[in-house]
Ligand binder design. Structure first.
Ligand code: CTP
Ligand code: CA
Length: 226
């Protein structure tokens, strides 16, 4: 009942949220992945629905149920697939929130057959760089309001502010990972940065943190784009 009378700050807006890790296949049975659980991104999608947005959720490989009210969910596996899905969905969108932990590199060659162990030697994988989804969007002449995430183990503020500038973002949500915080945890804590401002969102359940994040995104969106 409370939720249905809650904040409707994103009413009438189309929001695309990416969530989860990406998996980069090495061969039919192995891949390179990361520790993202998808929980924060799914919580952001749920909070955007609650705020009245029409939400498209682009999800990496996670075992999470689609939040109630999400208009469409697009499941992807690799960073290249996520890049393509987000760019297509973003054409219609007012806001893109990139909560996914996108793999930076992928094996340059994907073996069609299972790689066999050869005793007594190292295996060398050559990795090629993946395209940056946020940077691709920000390079377009018209693009949605862009929100990034920065999960860092050290120098959180400096790296986050650098990513805000370098990727041409409207806002970035930074958090410390490691030592029981971040990826697999139920709680999180974020600091939001935008050009000329910052706010700390102290440690809370990811669902609550997502609601606060969405409220700030809505406020900055309205300030910049009406
Ligand atoms: N991101 C993206 N496309 C990529 C890599 C990252 O859109 N290929 C987005 C993430 O979804 C996140 C933001 O960029 O919103 C920051 O991701 P992060 O991995 O912290 O930034 P990188 O630029 O990849 O820097 P690094 O991994 O070296 O810290
Ligand atoms: Ca990265």
């Amino acid at each position: 009942l409370i939720a249905s009378f809650g904040d409707r700050s994103l009413a009438g807006l189309k929001v695309v949220v990416s969530a989860g890790p990406t998996f980069e296949d090495i061969d039919p049975v192995r891949f390179i992945g990361n520790r993202s659980s998808g929980k924060m991104g799914f919580a952001v999608a749920a909070a955007a629905v609650q705020a009245g947005a029409e939400v498209t959720l682009v999800a990496g490989p996670v075992g999470l149920a689609t939040p109630v009210g999400v208009a469409r969910r697009i499941d992807v596996r690799s960073a290249a697939q996520m890049h393509a899905a987000v760019l297509q969905a973003a054409v219609q969108a007012d806001i893109y929130i990139g909560a996914a932990a996108v793999g930076d590199y992928r094996p340059q060659e994907v073996s069609a057959q299972k790689l066999k162990k050869r005793d007594g030697g190292d295996l060398v994988l050559r990795l090629g760089e993946n395209p940056d989804i946020l940077a691709s969007l920000s390079a377009q002449t018209t693009h949605p309001f862009l929100v990034g995430f920065a999960a860092e183990t050290h120098d959180v503020a400096a790296y986050a502010q650098d990513k805000l500038q370098r990727k041409g973002l409207d806002m970035i949500a930074a958090n410390q990972v490691g030592d029981g915080l971040g990826f697999e945890a139920a709680d999180n804590a974020l600091t939001l940065y935008w050009a000329g401002g910052a706010v700390e969102l102290p440690r809370a359940a990811k669902s609550e943190l997502a609601r606060r994040l969405v409220a700030h995104v809505a406020e900055r969106y309205r300030a910049m784009r009406g």
